[in-house]
Design a protein around this ligand. Structure first.
Ligand code: NA7
Length: 543
């Protein structure tokens, strides 16, 4: 049986829930189709020990309801996964969202029917492979940027007699690692968050590192009642500051170049930024991500911090990032990662110089022949970032054009949400928008509000089809690339560039123009009558 609604939303993470709430308030019928068994998106799936947000709790939360803001009490400056998941569940409950969220629904394909002006979405239901068909006038992809996991396959993997886990598919029942020899492959944010926690629990931990990365100390702390009252008394100003900041974190960008400051001034600035800014450390000077020499001053400061924390000189050297600018590869915000290597029961294994060759029945064998015996092996190997979850299903737009074909050279969008050839199709906080370079919660709300206004505007004009023009898209793609080229971002091997998956086109995917600049662009497009979009009653012509 086919179920028809106004809007089909894929994903019940923070983006999907917000889209559901806002569009339902507008009087639309909405169905949210979610692959998981609950709401929360990444926070539903990423239950590994130590999983934590590295945006401050007060900012990584919805701004649309003052009541919600005031009644929710965060317990830590940087919330851990269980608390964020509870928050998502609370929001779903408080705004009665669950009645329109359909769990265990995996979208296999979606096809635009030009004559009907509707999307048909095919869904696999549950694990036994039942199916459902949904149709909607609009299709919103709220699938997240880091949701399709990446897990390498090594020769002999099936022969390993221990347990293999992925950080982002951690068993919901939890895992008892006590008394175990544990290996973690990967030292991105997930690996770095997991290491100090697993080190305490496991009998022995081996960390398999390919690329050492920069990390800022989290300076996490419990939130006192006084702090909570203070933030809540000024929440609107806080939100306003976030909206007007480059990253949506509320920090005013420094107007000073790192190179104008004396070494002593720089050290003072970096010391302050170290404990105050977390992920925003990269904003300590305006040119840290623009100028190699300026960047090197921050990189060196962080290397010194690592040196202070790690006792063994050889381990310290291996943990020290070199050869790419700080920030160009997504830095982590850690709580005791480097210090964990001072424990006798933690070993750092450099798999850049001695790569993993195979898994054996007992563990991991390196090219040199060294074998590391393990009971549990954790893949903290990341995701097919930004495009993975958009390209896994087969999405077919106008004239049989598939998204896979349209994006064969990398993602091409107008403003982020729109793809030429795909009418009434919208991507929330994905490629071509600030998304992963911003406080993504803020970027999600920015997109949903703007899209909701667009849909209302189209309706008021009797328009039933919304699509980006080829010209507007080409200009936006060029603008996104041009802005990225002016920065140091392309100078690292990173998932921002599509380097994390072999064969993926190397294109810088997020928009580096910042939350504030991006908002101005969105407002201008709106004020200019949605220039760059065609709003039509008739089927859109072939161009
Ligand atoms: P990331 O940041 O993509 O990190 C993945 C890590 O896994 C990284 O250290 C990779 O090394 C490593 N990796 C991946 N494949 C391999 C293979 N084949 N061999 C050895 N090491 C490998 O993912 P995370 O889950 O940590 O974090 C994702 C985001 O979540 C994070 O940025 C925050 O936004 C939250 P590499 O650096 O590629 O050499």
């Amino acid at each position: 049986m086919t179920k028809d609604v106004d809007v089909v939303v894929i994903g019940a993470g923070f983006a999907g829930l917000r889209a559901l709430h806002t569009l339902r308030e507008q009087g639309k019928s909405v169905a949210v189709l979610e692959a998981g068994g609950g709401v929360g998106g990444v926070w539903y799936w990423n239950r590994y020990p130590g999983a934590r947000c590295d945006v401050e709790s007060y900012d990584y939360s919805y701004a649309f309801s003052e009541e919600l803001e005031q009644e929710w009490r965060w317990t830590e400056r940087y919330a851990a996964q269980p608390e964020i998941l509870r928050y998502a569940e609370h929001v779903a409950d408080r705004f009665d969202l669950l009645r329109d969220v359909h769990l265990h629904r995996w979208m296999s394909d979606a096809t635009w029917d030009d004559a009907a002006g509707r999307w048909t979405v095919e869904v696999t239901v549950g694990e036994d492979g039942g199916s459902e068909t949904w149709t909607g006038a609009h299709l919103i992809m709220a699938v997240g940027n880091l949701s399709t996991t990446k897990a390498p396959q090594w020769p002999g993997q099936d022969s390993f007699t221990g347990r293999i886990l992925h950080s982002a598919r951690w068993p919901h029942s939890g895992v008892d690692l006590s008394g175990q020899r544990v290996g973690i492959i990967g030292t991105g944010s997930s690996g770095m968050q997991m290491v100090p926690v697993v080190a305490k629990e496991a009998d022995h931990l081996s960390v398999f590192q390919r690329t050492p990365n920069f990390s800022i100390a989290a300076a996490n702390e419990p939130l006192t009642d006084e702090r909570d009252a203070e933030v809540k008394a000024h929440y609107r100003e806080r939100r306003e500051a976030a909206l007007n900041s480059p990253s949506g974190l509320g920090f005013k960008p420094s107007k000073q170049s790192a190179l104008e400051a004396t070494p002593d001034e720089r050290r003072e600035t970096y010391e302050k930024a170290w404990t105050r800014l977390g992920f925003g450390f990269v904003l300590a000077y305006y040119d840290l991500i623009l100028d190699e020499k300026a960047n090197e001053t921050a990189s060196e400061f962080i290397r010194d911090k690592i040196a202070e924390k790690v006792d063994d000189p050889a381990t310290r050297e291996k943990l020290t990032p070199r050869g790419f600018p700080f920030g160009a590869k997504r830095p982590s915000v850690d709580s005791g990662y480097f210090e964990a290597f001072n424990r006798d029961d933690v070993t750092l294994v450099d798999v850049k110089s001695d790569p993993i060759e195979a898994l054996t029945p007992n563990g991991v064998r390196l090219a040199s022949g060294t074998e590391h015996e393990l009971d549990t092996l954790v893949f903290a190997t990341g995701f097919d970032a930004m495009t993975g979850s958009l390209l896994r299903p087969e999405i077919t737009g106008r004239d049989g054009l598939t998204l896979r074909r349209a994006w064969s050279e990398g993602p091409k969008t107008f403003l982020g949400p729109f793809v030429h050839g795909f009418p009434n199709f919208y991507i929330v906080a994905g490629p071509g928008s600030p998304s992963l370079l911003s406080n993504v919660l803020l970027s999600i709300e920015q997109h949903v509000d703007w899209l909701a206004a667009l849909l209302a505007h189209a309706e008021s004009r009797g328009a039933t089809r919304i699509e980006a023009t080829a010209e507007a898209q080409a200009q936006w793609v060029e603008h996104v690339n041009e802005r990225a080229r002016a920065t140091l971002y392309p100078r690292a091997t990173s998932y921002y560039n599509g380097d994390e998956v072999e064969g993926k086109p190397r294109v810088f995917m997020p928009y580096v123009g910042g939350v504030r600049g991006y908002r101005r662009i969105l407002e201008k497009v709106r004020d200019d009558g949605y220039e760059g979009l065609t709003l039509d009653k008739a089927p859109v012509g072939v161009s």
